[in-house]
Ligand binder design. Sequence first.
Ligand code: ADP
Length: 446
Amino acid sequence: MFKKVLIANRGEIALRILRAARELGVRVVVAHSKADADSLPVLLADEAICIGPASPAASYLNIPNILSAAIISGADAIHPGYGFLAENAQFAEMIAEHGITFIGPTPENMRMLGDKATARRIAREAGVPVVPGTDALESPAEALAAAEEIGYPVILKASAGGGGRGMRLVHGPEDLENAVMQAQEEAKAAFGNPEIYLEKYIEEPKHVEVQVLGDGERVVHLWERDCSIQRRHQKLLEEAPSILADEVRRGLTAAAVKLAAHIGYRSAGTLEFLVDRDGNYYFIEMNTRIQVEHPVTELITGVDLVAEQFRIAAGEGLRLRQEEIESRGHAIEVRVNAEDPEHDFRPSIGKVETVLWPGGTGVRVDSHVYAGYEIPSHYDSLIAKIIVWAEDRPAAIRRMKRALGETVIDGPGLKTTIPFHKKVLENAFFRRGAIYTNFIARRMSE
Ligand code: ADP
């Protein structure tokens, strides 16, 4: 096992990684921006090194500074968390040249799957169904021909896209040519790469994703998560297991393992699928990192995914055998964002004066927030994840309502998404499990 890990991230995920490292007996260096000097992971770390000013480009994406921090502190591994450098193959290669282990997939894994158009091609190669669509588009004419064949509506996506951005819905041929040009420009501006492709737009799908772990030789799945509760393609609430027929679940998990094994995947990864009303499933992309919503899987399987990432990166191999990985009960996670749901979810930053986290059986809180903490304005708005486990879905919903009822996060002008989550939990469609990616737009719009 490693002696010292440098965490190149912030917020709740930095704390999550710190906790796993500590239990494994690994010393922790937290690399942080100036704006995060008072954050909880920094306060709890064995060592903390400031890597630059608040702006992510100058700190959490600043490869030379992060590498120097790792070298100076004598870290033998770096955990990138999610976002920032987590899926940057070049970063992984650079640190390896300095004898430092990247806790994550191989650079080849990241290159093959980081680009969505390439990932689609690899999935087809592996015999995994993808949404009907194209490879990278060369021209608007090609898009028109493809859309004609597939049928409208279609969705244009940036090959380098992520985080729910860089997608454009097109309803008919009259809009397509313009949309292609705009999508290319947007993709270039947002991701530095104008490449786009086209997919059939699946109406009212469920977003179901499969958690896998691989060690380069063997891959296992840890069941699936339903992440259909989304606003503008951003996940807000996740649960496991998903509400699917068993044969669909079997098909999905087997397809995920097949694809990950096909590329000799190493570390934790997630294969995302859309499932249509008829139970057909289509691969959409793979996230080659630990994900925000990983705790729901930890609660139904009892596996510490971050600790497994450490063990695999340290060369201890994959300890789990597929038959040992059981799914028990039901878990739900809500993302508590510092946003005002009453005003179009606009960011609501400020100082947190009072915090009271929920507790009791089956409740987990992953948060870097404490009383007196000032939420910086430079980063994403996630301030906590509240996750519950119970024996079945109705009990998990009751437990989450109870937990949110106990939670207090207060400060001058501070708003969070908790009231919104309470409404979701009361919604009859949600309770019945009638959840699709348009749930919020359709059922929560008033
Ligand atoms: P990102 O990488 O930006 O998260 P994804 O490809 O994972 O993008 O898609 C995010 C979400 O967008 C999906 O969960 C789904 O709600 C919606 N979406 C993506 N592709 C399609 C599609 N072909 N049809 C319908 N909805 C889609």
